[in-house]
Design a protein around this ligand. Structure first.
Ligand code: ZN
Ligand code: FE
Length: 249
């Protein structure tokens, strides 16, 4: 979408922070209050560099799921800045010790905005999405551009329901995904819908972005609804077939 690491959405500054080989953590600052949150820090050091450059404040560390490549930097960051660790109460045993254990449907103040947790089991059971403000969704490894996470723990019924919850958000919602997997997802998506004009245009855009080393994320939900085969599946059974086919692709 953009070469800029930072973009503004409804008074919330969103900064993409590359981590490990292909992970992204996301830093969010609610401009009116200055409250800062980070999503899924796999590493502390790259996050600290950005946090320091933006004023040295961190209030919340939001965790989408228990995998190491989403939580490994969380405790060190929370300790350094006095931030609160936030995650799903039902998965607390697999997450760092939580300061704020939320359940799907719960909300948390984020300055003048709100953070709402929604259930996103499928990649793991207990995976959640955070809706920040009205038009930002941190989806972790539930949804990628043109793809979705591997189904390690959930069922097709669970995973499909989770994707439908995301699909029901406003179509201009900005999706903050956990990995830069987009280019690797193009081939499978085109094999499902070779004649999809929006998908072909997106494939060309992705090729151009990656050729100059730019990120393909974040992406708008509306663009994914037009191009992502897993969001376009009509039911859980079709989703399950697609997920199995992609595992073999
Ligand atoms: Zn994961
Ligand atoms: Fe991951």
């Amino acid at each position: 979408m953009s070469d800029d690491a930072t973009m503004m959405v409804d008074g919330i500054a969103v900064t993409r922070i590359p981590m490990l080989s292909d992970n992204y953590a996301w830093l969010l600052r609610e401009a009116a209050s200055g409250v800062v949150a980070i999503i899924d820090p796999a590493e502390a050091a790259p996050a600290e560099a950005v946090i320091e450059a933006q004023g040295g404040r961190l209030d919340l560390v939001l965790l989408t799921h228990h995998h190491d490549d989403h939580i490994a930097g969380a405790v060190a960051l929370a300790a350094r800045y006095g931030a609160k660790l936030v995650g799903h109460q039902a998965d607390a045993a697999r997450l760092p010790v939580l300061d704020v254990a939320m359940r799907p449907g719960d909300t948390l103040a984020f300055g003048d905005a709100q953070i709402r947790m929604i259930e996103s089991s499928g990649h793991t059971v207990g995976h959640v999405t955070y809706v920040i403000g009205e038009r930002i969704a941190a989806v972790g490894d539930t949804l990628f551009s043109l793809g979705c996470g591997r189904m390690f723990e959930g069922t097709p019924v669970q995973f499909y329901a989770s994707l439908q919850r995301i699909a029901a958000l406003p179509s201009d919602t900005l999706l903050l995904c956990g990995h830069e997997y987009t280019k690797g997802n193009v081939g499978f998506a085109l094999s499902v819908e070779p004649e999809n004009a929006a998908l072909r245009a997106r494939a060309a855009e992705i090729e151009a972005l990656r050729a100059r080393g730019a990120a393909t994320l974040p992406v708008r939900l509306g663009d994914e609804l037009a191009t992502n085969p897993f969001l376009r599946a009509r039911n859980a059974e079709e989703f399950g077939r697609l997920r199995a086919a992609k595992d073999r692709f």
